[in-house]
Each structure stands twice: as C-alpha cells, then as structure tokens.
Write a protein that binds this ligand. Structure first.
Ligand code: FES
Length: 450
C-alpha cells in the first residue's frame, strides 16, 4: 500500500469527525477540516489532474499552496488548490483536463504521440482549411478547467488601517509581531495556511530552543511564539492571504496598501508599516520525471506526516539538510522503508502515472512509491518586491533574496523583509533579526502617525 493513516498520531491528537467527500463520483473518507489533497493522498488518490498541453499526470508537490499539482474543480469552482481547501461532508471534487479520469486519461496519448514536444503554433499551417480546424481544436483544448457552474457572488470589499501588518505567521513573523505589539503598535498577522508556524509547524523533530538552549519540540516552539504574540496584543488571521502590495493611485503621493483576502471577503489594508515574513517556497530539483505524481518536496512529506498520513511505505529521500535527516528518522519510526540518498543526485524518476522507481547519478536504483526531494528552498520574495523591498541574487544560496532590514534601514521605509524570505535559515540568526524588525516597524509607525 502506498500511503496510510497513522493510528497512533490520530489517537494522540483526538480524531476529528470522519466525513465523506466525492471525487469523480467515488466516495472517499476524510477527516473533517483536513486539506482535501491530504484526504485524497491518504486514500491512494495521488494523480489529481492532467497538464494543460500534454496531459501528463499531475499530483501534489508541496501541500503548501505554492505549486499547481493539486488543482481540482471543487463544488463547481475550477482550479481550486485542494491542499488549501478543507474537507467537508459531501464536498464534490473533480479532476480537470482528463477523460474519463485523471488516472486513466485517454488524451494522455498526446504525450506518447509527441515524445519530443509539439509546436502547436506551426501545426497544419500549410493549408488554410486544415489550419482553421486545428485552431478550433486547439482553442477547445487550451486552458485548464471549465468555467464555474455558477457566477461567483460579488465579494464585499472592506477598508481598514493598522500600525503594523505582518505578512506571514511563521516563526519570524510571530517574533516580529510580538516585538511590534510590545512597543505599543496595533499589529495584525496574516497567514495563508490553516495555522501559524510556517515550516516549523510540521518539522518532525526537536530544535534547539533559541531562547533557552535546550532541545524543544518544534511545534512547542511555534505554540510559545504564537502565545507570546497574542499576549502582546497582536491579532492573528490564519487562512488569510496578502495577494498584492501597491499604491492606490499612481505616483509617489498615492496611498500604499495591501489587498488581503480570506476567500470570503476582500480587504484593502492601509498599514503604516509592513513586515514581510513570507518565508520560502519548497525547493525543486531538475531531473527526468521530476513532475511525476509521488515526487514531493521534503516540506510536503513533513506536512503529510503532521496530518497523520504516512506518505508511502517505500520512500527515497534525495538531497540533504536538517529537514531531510529529521524526516528520514520520523518516516522510519512511522514504519516506512526509507532509502536516504543524501549525498547523491537523482538521474531519473520513472513510473506510469506515478513514481515507481528512482535512478541516482551514481547508478543506484530504488523501487519506491514516493520520492522526497530535499532541495534548497527558494525565498518567496514576490510580495516584498511589490512592497518596495529590494531583491538581489545571492550566489551562495543560488536564489533571489529580499534585502533584510537592519539598523541602517531608512526610518521612512514602508516595508521591511525578515526571516527566510531574506535567505536566513537558522533560528539563532532569524529570531533576533525578526524581533529587531518588529521594533523598527513599531517605531516607524509611530513616526508616520505623529
Ligand atoms: S499547491 Fe497544492 S500541492 Fe502544491
């Protein structure tokens, strides 16, 4: 069996109510409130859709809302990220771009038919009539998903103002929010995930307590930081995304604001100062077959475990790092057979529909149901750049990073970045910088409103 629920985990956490969701007409048991993609993975549904052009199988890669592998039609709405959508009784889920199903898609023949790729711009251009037919077919096949069954209701737009808005409720965001609130600022944290903590919330092990020096469960550290932020007076809004930062009117005189949404309503927030603690996207690695369902990021495997789901019985972990090593131990403890390819590069992942085997560059070959890719994360600098924070290439990290604020940051800077988005990864470096950032934001907000 590829994946299974971990009984001990669910007993410890108090098992939520079991509900039924319906995928392509078939009933699947889910824990109420868990992400739909997690429920589907636990039930063996790893192929959730097909790619737009070649109809290659698609499945979740990140369980973090940062790839497109889990897009499905949910209750008549196309292209919903099912790793971010909670399972409810009777939720209807349909795979997209596939017939009759994502696992057995007859249009998958396109991929087989054009092994070297297809230049659809040049197809049948020699004959006007044939080209018209081709254009019509291409038009029908383009895009992903069909239009919604119903028009979307008009979403009310609200306006609000606050001293400091913190984007991202990971450990850096929580630490910055605490300090800003302790300095007297009104503070709100928006976090797109169900819960705060970022990648630390699902880290499968203990970390050194940056404030005490002892080893502490990663989740306990997150809980403590969240408690401190709330006690200081910061409000925390989970399942809420900051989707854009801009000036309301063109030109330097325009008011700066962020567009924030929890899916039900949209809010135009005008903060005096913004702290961008948007973290990092899970890393990807380049090798043949890296888009096969069953190939997941190390963060994704940790998130599945944190939901009480063993990603697979036979797992290959490719790549190294603290998370990769912690995952190997946690997966083995949960009963998986783990091959740690910590020092090797993946040459190829193979399988029909989902990963079945992995070949490493050194020639080793493993049979598996999941390949966990532990690649360096990529800072999520997009919103920081919109908010006016400078972004630079960091050769040592091989990634673009947002510039970290420090004491030389101009006091009138509207936005500052902190945490993993700046390329900082270790808690002893990350937390003091985040706390200083929070204090500067509170000072700046005070100056802006004086
Ligand atoms: S966006 Fe859902 S799995 Fe990546």
């Amino acid at each position: 069996m590829a994946a299974r629920r971990l009984a001990s985990r669910s007993a410890a956490d108090g098992t939520p109510r079991t509900v039924e969701i319906v995928i392509d007409g078939r009933r699947v048991a889910a824990r109420e409130g868990e992400p739909i993609a997690v429920a589907l993975w636990a039930a063996g549904h790893v192929v959730l859709g097909r790619s737009a052009k070649y109809h290659r199988p698609r499945g979740p890669y990140c369980f973090q809302g940062r790839c497109d592998g889990c897009l499905m039609r949910v209750d008549g709405v196309p292209n919903v990220m099912t790793c971010r959508t909670p399972a409810r009784e009777g939720t209807s889920v349909e795979s997209q771009n596939a017939f009759p199903s994502a696992e057995l898609d007859v249009f998958g023949i396109v991929d087989w038919f054009f092994p070297k790729g297809m230049d659809h711009h040049q197809m049948m251009t020699g004959n006007v009539a044939l080209n018209r037919v081709m254009q019509g077919v291409a038009r029908r096949m383009a895009g992903l998903g069909a239009l919604p069954s119903e028009p979307h209701p008009v979403v009310p737009v609200h306006e609000s103002a606050i001293d400091v808005l913190v984007v991202g409720g990971g450990v850096a965001g929580l630490a910055a929010a605490t300090e800003a609130a302790r300095a007297g600022a009104s503070v709100r944290v928006v976090e797109e995930a169900d819960d705060v903590g970022g990648e630390m919330s699902s880290f499968p092990g203990r970390v050194l307590d940056p404030d005490g020096g002892d080893a502490i469960d990663a989740r306990a550290l997150v809980d403590r930081l969240a408690r401190e932020a709330r006690a200081a007076g910061a409000s925390i809004a989970p399942r809420t995304s900051a989707v854009a930062a801009y000036r309301e009117n063109a030109g330097k005189s325009g008011v700066r604001e962020l567009l924030v949404s929890d899916g039900e309503r949209i809010e135009r927030v005008r903060p005096s100062r913004v702290v961008i603690a948007s973290g990092a996207h899970d890393g990807v690695a380049t090798f043949e077959g890296n888009d096969l369902p069953g190939v997941v990021s190390a963060g994704a495997a940790a998130r599945l475990l944190s939901h009480g789901v063993l990603p697979a019985e036979r797992v290959v972990i490719a790549g190294d790092g603290v998370l990769a090593r912690a995952l190997a131990g946690a997966l083995e403890q949960a009963g998986a057979k783990v091959a740690g390819a910590f020092d090797a590069r993946v040459e190829r992942a193979s399988g029909r529909g989902r990963v079945k085997s992995v070949v490493l560059a050194d020639g080793r070959r493993f049979a598996c149901e999941a390949l966990v890719v532990a690649a360096p994360p990529s800072p999520a600098f997009e919103l920081a750049a919109q908010a006016g924070v400078s972004v630079r290439w960091c050769a040592t990290r091989g990634a673009f990073v947002a510039a970290a604020g420090d004491d030389s940051t101009p006091t009138d800077a509207w936005a500052e970045a902190t945490g993993a988005v700046t390329g900082v990864r270790t808690l002893p470096d990350l937390l003091p910088a985040a706390r200083a950032c929070g204090r500067r934001a509170a000072d700046g907000a005070r100056g802006a409103t004086a």
